[in-house]
Design a binder for this molecule. Structure first.
Ligand SMILES: Nc1ncnc2c1ncn2[C@@H]1O[C@H](COP(=O)(O)OP(=O)(O)OP(=O)(O)O)[C@@H](O)[C@H]1O
Length: 126
């Protein structure tokens, strides 16, 4: 929560501190983020091995960022849902299902990007 005594710069620096704290929480506690980071690591290794172009690197990093952002949004929504209603409720189930759709859209988009980048490069070996 904002402290009205903080000036603009102190306020911005504090927000940045909380944002990095959020990233740290996601990386250390969320299994889905850990899985996606591992996939991103493999994609980066593959990028070096198959010598992808600058444009392909940019698209790959955009795809990685998109999936991580989507997973983070999903985790935040799940946290709020569990906090406001920890017990079973049809509406919470629907909210969580919709939230799960966010990273699924991102993952499918990333899969298409990965396919366009890597399938032609892999087919060369056959
Ligand atoms: N409180 C609840 N009430 C009704 N249905 C729920 C509730 N909690 C979870 N569900 C149902 O179970 C599914 C999985 O929920 P959960 O919170 O385990 O998400 P998850 O995607 O498995 O979690 P994570 O992202 O941490 O792996 C939801 O999409 C929803 O359909």
């Amino acid at each position: 929560m904002k402290n009205p005594k903080d000036g603009f710069f102190i306020g911005r620096i504090k927000s940045l501190k909380y944002a990095f704290k959020g990233m740290w929480i996601l990386i250390t506690t969320e299994d889905s983020i850990k899985v996606q980071l591992s996939v991103a690591f493999i994609a980066i290794i593959l990028g070096f091995l198959l010598d992808i172009s600058a444009i392909e690197w940019m698209l790959q990093f955009l795809a990685i960022g998109l999936v991580l952002v989507a997973e983070a949004a999903n985790s935040a929504i799940e946290e709020v849902a569990d906090f406001i209603h920890p017990e079973f409720h049809k509406k919470i189930g629907k909210i969580k299902d919709i939230a799960a759709g966010i990273p699924t859209f991102a993952a499918l988009t990333s899969l298409i990007i990965a396919g366009i980048i890597y399938i032609p490069k892999i087919l060369v070996f056959f």
